[in-house]
Design a protein around this ligand. Structure first.
Ligand code: SF4
Length: 350
C-alpha cells in the first residue's frame, strides 16, 4: 500500500476509535444536517469548541432551521452572537440563510461549488458541508488541517502565499480516501480535523500517540512545530478611543447603533469618540461638569490594540443625548449585540 493510501487508512481507523461526539456531527453511519454543520463551521472559525458549544445550543434553540434564521432580525442574530467577536461572520451568516431560502428554496445546495456561491462560505467551509452532509470527495483546509498536512508532508511553502496554499490544496486532494468509498470522506475529514485539534497541536504535537507518526516527514526532520511556515506577520497598530458611559435617572444606559461599516459595524455600543474633548462637546454644561474618568483598559483585536477610556456621566433627566440611540434598561441591553468591551464595562461578561 502506498504512503498516501496508508495515511487515509490510518486516519479512518484512528477516527473510529477516538471520534468526538459533538452536537453538529452525525451518529455513525448517518449523514450530518447541513444547517448544523454550517452553523458550527462558521462559529468555529477563530473560536474554540468549548466556547462554541453554548452558543450553538442557544442559536439552535432560537433558530431551529435555516428558514427561522433567515426570518430573524439582524439585531437578534447579533444578540445571540454577542461575545463571539468577528461580527462580519454573524452578518454573513444571516445573509447566507436568506440566500438559501430565496435562491435554493430553503435547502442547502449539495455541492461545494454551489455552496461557495453563498455569502461567508469559503472553500474550506463549503467542502466541510459537502463532505459531511453529501459525501462529496473534496478536501478541506482549515487551520487545524493545514497544520497536520504541512507537517505530514514537510510542506515548506509559505502559507501567506496564495500560490503555495493552492499547492497544499492539491496535496490535500491527493490524500483523500479513494473515490469508490463515498462513506469514508466524512470520517476521514473529521479525523484530520480532530487530529489537529487534539494531537498535532501548534506548539507541542503529541507525536508519540499520533497514528501517522511513522509516515510524518516533519517528525523525521525533527522539528514539526516549525510547520506551517508563515512569513508575513500581521502589522499591529494601536488606537485610543473615548466611550461615553451615560446613565439616566432610572439607571438606564445610553446606546447607539454603530454604522454599517468600520469597527463594531451594526452593533449597539456606547457612543465612541476619538478624543476626550470631542466626547465632552456633545454634553450639556451640567453633564460636562459631572463627567468622571473611569479606569482606561486595553481591548485586543486581531490587528489592533484599542486603548479605551470610559467617561461616566449621570444624567439627571431622561432626555435623548443624541438624534440616534436610546436609553436601555439592563434587561433590554443584555439581549443586544454589544462589542465585548462594552458588555464588560456594563458589568456582564458574555
Ligand atoms: Fe503532527 Fe507529530 Fe503526528 Fe506529525 S507525527 S502529524 S507532527 S502529531
Amino acid at each position: 500500500m502506498d504512503a498516501k493510501r496508508s495515511i487515509s487508512e490510518r486516519l479512518l481507523t484512528w477516527y473510529d476509535v477516538h471520534r468526538r461526539d459533538l452536537p453538529w456531527r452525525a451518529a455513525p453511519g448517518e449523514r450530518a444536517d447541513p444547517y448544523r454543520v454550517w452553523l458550527s463551521e462558521v462559529m468555529l472559525q477563530q473560536t474554540q469548541v468549548s466556547t462554541v458549544l453554548g452558543y450553538f445550543a442557544r442559536f439552535l434553540d432560537r433558530f431551529p432551521s435555516v428558514a427561522a434564521l433567515a426570518a430573524g432580525t439582524e439585531d437578534e442574530v447579533f444578540g445571540l452572537w454577542s461575545g463571539l467577536g468577528y461580527y462580519s461572520r454573524a452578518r454573513n451568516m444571516h445573509r447566507c440563510a436568506q440566500d438559501v431560502v430565496s435562491r435554493f428554496g430553503g435547502e442547502f445546495p449539495r455541492t461545494a461549488a454551489e455552496l461557495q456561491s453563498l455569502p461567508g462560505i469559503g472553500r474550506s467551509t463549503a467542502a466541510a458541508i459537502a463532505a459531511f452532509c453529501f459525501g462529496e470527495r473534496v478536501a478541506i483546509l482549515d487551520g487545524n488541517v493545514k497544520r497536520v498536512l504541512t507537517r505530514l508532508l514537510a510542506f515548506g511553502g509559505d502559507m501567506s502565499s496564495a500560490a503555495q496554499e493552492r499547492l497544499l490544496w492539491n496535496e490535500a486532494t491527493d490524500l483523500l480516501p479513494p473515490a469508490e468509498d463515498r462513506q469514508a470522506i466524512a470520517r476521514y475529514t473529521q479525523g484530520l480535523m480532530d487530529l489537529g485539534a487534539t494531537v498535532c497541536l501548534p506548539r507541542k504535537p503529541s507525536c508519540m500517540i499520533c497514528p501517522v507518526s511513522d509516515l510524518c516527514a516533519a517528525r523525521k526532520e525533527g522539528a514539526p512545530e516549525t510547520y506551517p511556515v508563515k512569513t508575513r506577520k500581521l502589522k499591529r497598530t494601536a488606537q485610543s478611543l473615548w466611550m461615553l458611559l451615560a446613565r439616566d435617572a432610572q439607571g438606564r444606559v445610553w446606546l447607539e447603533k454603530r454604522p454599517a461599516r468600520g469597527i463594531w459595524a451594526g452593533l449597539y455600543s456606547l457612543p465612541v469618540f476619538e478624543s476626550r474633548e470631542g466626547l465632552l462637546q456633545t454634553l450639556g454644561s451640567q453633564d460636562r461638569a459631572g463627567a468622571r474618568d473611569e479606569p482606561a483598559f486595553v481591548h485586543v483585536l486581531t490587528h489592533k490594540d484599542l486603548h479605551l477610556h470610559p467617561v461616566a456621566v449621570e444624567s439627571r433627566g431622561s432626555q435623548p443625548l443624541a438624534e440616534t440611540g436610546g436609553w436601555f434598561a439592563t434587561a433590554e441591553w443584555q439581549g443586544l449585540g454589544l462589542p465585548a468591551p462594552v458588555r464588560k464595562l456594563l458589568g456582564s461578561e458574555p
